[in-house]
Design a binder for this molecule. Structure first.
Ligand SMILES: C[S@@+](CC[C@H](N)C(=O)[O-])C[C@H]1O[C@@H](n2cnc3c(N)ncnc32)[C@H](O)[C@@H]1O
Ligand code: SF4
Length: 392
């Protein structure tokens, strides 16, 4: 089957936060001193120019400002960058432009100004509305400030917004997790991301673990919150993502469907398919200072690697298995250019284990598969990595 040229997205990483949260392992850095806004936007535009020859003539479908805390940047800065994008790309008529915002950085009028600059969608990091939980999470905002931020989003006409919530928080009860979801739904978000708090290596929480609810409680929270969301018309379409009809996150869907994306900014990753069907991954220097200094020059590249054969098949599955909708052999073949034989043994085993089920002429991740996603994904590891895992 001929390989399709997948839709193209652009990820833009803005790496600073007011202060680092103790659970977070993103490439984010507490701000010391003034935000180097102009210098960073200049660096992003140089970075874009360097990557541009790799995507010549292609249309841009989605753009995502992620972080870090992109809402630390002014609307003028975001607008100047978007103007640079408009000058360099053919844009889809329905271009989606999402910006991540922390409620502690949203003063009056900020969202309206972002919208004016070209932002079409917001993703607001709420985590919880409970003051005690916000405190243990080291958040810089209160529950009221989160409500104010949402009110600002609606007032700006940006009704297409996501709220990030986490559950399985230190000493959280099922009722408390439910209360957060109820409060979130009352704010009419178009989309909700509901993440289980995980202890990530190299974070303050990993070094000093808080007391987390046990697996049984976490399971109960997940079940109850899924029911609540489904009852209000929020359809789960990915392990952690719920959306109203027609409001799925198109940028994230492009990742999960193994689309292409440029990644610019400190530590950003890109994945691109060339005209011959070769898939390349490339990433930028991670540290903001090193990135600022080198952006636009070859030394800003942290690395480039080609992905093929079993590694490519695995990467497709790693992403695609997160989605609830079924996929079939021709989805796999057109996204990777590989014959479906690459995944047949893994699919057979996954069906036997109840992690995948036959659906619509292909397969779908079962709810068991969603809960044991790592186990499901590892059935598709290339033999060399699977052997290493087995002997570890
Ligand atoms: C880049 S942050 C979002 C925007 C902004 N920086 C903020 O925190 O308000 C992305 C989201 O990932 C989630 N997240 C971060 N670390 C996590 C962890 N250890 N476990 C689960 N979710 C996590 C949080 O919900 C967070 O809002
Ligand atoms: S969770 Fe968000 S605000 Fe907190 S450190 Fe991570 S990126 Fe920054």
């Amino acid at each position: 089957m001929p390989m399709r040229t997948p839709p193209l997205s652009l990820y833009v990483h803005l790496p600073w936060c007011v202060k680092k949260c103790p659970y977070c392992d993103f490439n984010s850095h507490g701000l010391k001193g003034a935000l180097p806004e102009n210098a960073y936007i200049d660096a992003l535009l140089r970075d874009l120019d360097q990557d541009l020859p790799r995507v010549q003539g292609r249309t841009l479908h989605t753009l995502f400002f992620g972080g870090g805390t992109p809402s630390l940047f002014s609307a003028e800065g975001i607008g100047r960058f978007l103007e640079g994008v408009r000058r360099r790309f053919k844009l889809a008529a329905d271009l989606e432009v999402t910006l991540e915002a922390n409620p502690g950085t949203v003063e009056r009028g900020r969202f309206a100004a972002y919208r004016e600059a070209g932002v079409t969608r917001l993703s607001i990091g709420v985590q919880s509305f409970d003051p005690k939980k916000l405190e243990v999470l080291g958040r810089i905002h209160s529950g009221e400030e989160a409500l104010d931020a949402v009110e600002e989003a609606h007032a700006a006409g940006l009704h297409n917004f996501n709220l990030d919530l986490m559950y399985g928080l230190p000493r959280q009860s099922v009722e408390e997790a439910e209360a957060d979801v109820r409060q979130a739904m009352a704010l009419m978000p178009a989309h909700l991301s509901h993440y289980q708090l995980t202890l990530e290596p190299n974070t303050l929480f990993a070094a000093h673990p808080p007391l987390l609810p046990d697996d049984e409680l976490i399971w109960a929270m997940q079940q109850r919150c899924q029911e609540l969301l489904a009852g209000k018309g929020y359809e789960q379409y990915e392990v952690s993502a719920y959306a109203q009809a027609g409001r799925r996150a198109r940028h994230n869907l492009n990742y999960w469907n193994f689309g292409d994306y440029l990644g610019i900014g400190a530590g950003a990753h890109g994945k691109l398919t060339d005209a011959e069907g070769r898939v390349t991954r490339l990433w930028k220097l991670k540290h903001p200072e090193a990135y600022l200094e080198s952006a636009g020059a070859p030394k800003s590249l942290g690395g480039v690697s080609q992905v093929s054969g079993p590694d490519l098949a695995f990467e497709y599955m790693l992403n695609r298995l997160r989605l609830v909708d079924a996929f079939n052999a021709s989805d796999f073949e057109s996204a990777t250019g590989l014959p479906v034989e690459h995944i047949e043994a893994g699919v057979k085993r996954a069906v036997e284990l109840g992690l995948l089920e036959p659906a619509l002429g292909g397969w779908r991740t079962t709810s068991q598969g969603q809960n044991y996603l790592n186990d499901l994904q590892s059935l598709f590891l290339p033999a060399k990595d699977a052997n290493r895992k087995a002997s570890a």
